[in-house]
Design a protein around this ligand. Structure first.
Ligand code: NAI
Length: 247
């Protein structure tokens, strides 16, 4: 069940956090995990760790906001591995602030990385996936994109935008057997949530029915299911993974 044997998977922002866990889980299921990130040293460490445990992985430095670099990256992957089966748009940042104080570059940076970055990657994989007549894309949105959050208008807009992008791409690509889904994680234990003050974290915990933060591996296992053959009839969906926060 859920084998990814010989699948070639690109994971953006895969050097650390949720992305790294996705790469580990994919490789353990038999995939070649291609990690791309703007942080090179820990990305290469992640690849070495996967290879040391018998998995297949590679690292490419690429900024997802740069459409030319993204096109070159996909060309390189297809040249090296003859195909690309899976894309996980995981790269993302926060630059929080209340709207009245938010600087233009805080807005632009978050939209450019979280939303345009995903568009660039989807656009670049579309041609090879259409040729193969198969592919699976997962966009990492957030509960914040579904319910909004004070102080995160830029992040919420980028993650809500990803949901519209997911549904549009799913409709455009379904006829070529390419599935596109989004996931909306709640609060997952990574450096993004480690940085929160204790009282804020406690406030979140109080509102989560399962009374705990999620682990990166919880998210990775959901994505493994979504890109596997077992999820072959699922497209255009947004799956929450949030301990019951949104019901
Ligand atoms: P993280 O900060 O640990 O990892 C994000 C990675 O993206 C970093 O390695 C970073 O270098 C990379 N990145 C940033 N800009 C990039 C660019 N322009 N090009 C390529 N790579 C770039 O964050 P985390 O927590 O692992 O989050 C991963 C994704 O999950 C993000 O999209 C985030 O918004 C989303 N998410 C996280 C939640 C959490 O509680 N941690 C909850 C809901 C969604």
């Amino acid at each position: 069940m859920f084998s990814l044997a010989n699948r070639v998977a690109l994971i953006t922002g895969g050097s650390q956090g949720i992305g790294r866990s996705i790469a580990e889980v994919f490789s353990a299921a038999g995939a070649v995990s291609v990690i791309t990130d703007i942080v090179q040293d820990i990305g290469e460490e992640a690849v070495t760790a996967i290879q040391d445990s018998g998995g297949k992985a590679a690292f490419y430095h690429c900024d997802v906001t740069d459409s030319v670099s993204v096109e070159n990256l996909i060309t390189e992957i297809v040249k090296e591995h003859s195909r690309i089966d899976i894309l996980v748009n995981n790269a993302g940042i926060t630059k929080d602030g209340l709207i009245m104080r938010m600087k233009e570059d805080q807005w632009d940076d978050v939209i450019r990385i979280n939303l345009k970055g995903a568009f660039n990657c989807i656009k670049a994989v579309t041609r090879p996936m259409m040729k193969q007549k198969s592919g699976s894309i997962v966009n990492v949105s957030s509960v914040i994109g579904v319910m909004g959050n004070a102080g995160q208008a830029n992040y919420a807009a980028s993650k809500a935008g990803l949901i519209g992008l997911t549904k549009s791409a799913a409709k455009e690509l379904a006829a070529r057997n390419i599935r596109v889904n989004a996931i909306a994680p709640g609060f997952i234990r990574t450096r993004m949530t480690d940085a929160l003050p204790e009282d804020v974290k406690q406030g979140y915990l109080d509102s989560i029915p399962l009374k705990k933060l999620g682990e990166p591996e919880d998210v990775a296992k959901l994505i493994k299911f979504l890109v596997s053959d077992e999820a072959g009839y699922i497209t255009g969906q947004v799956i929450n993974i949030d301990g019951g926060l949104i019901m």
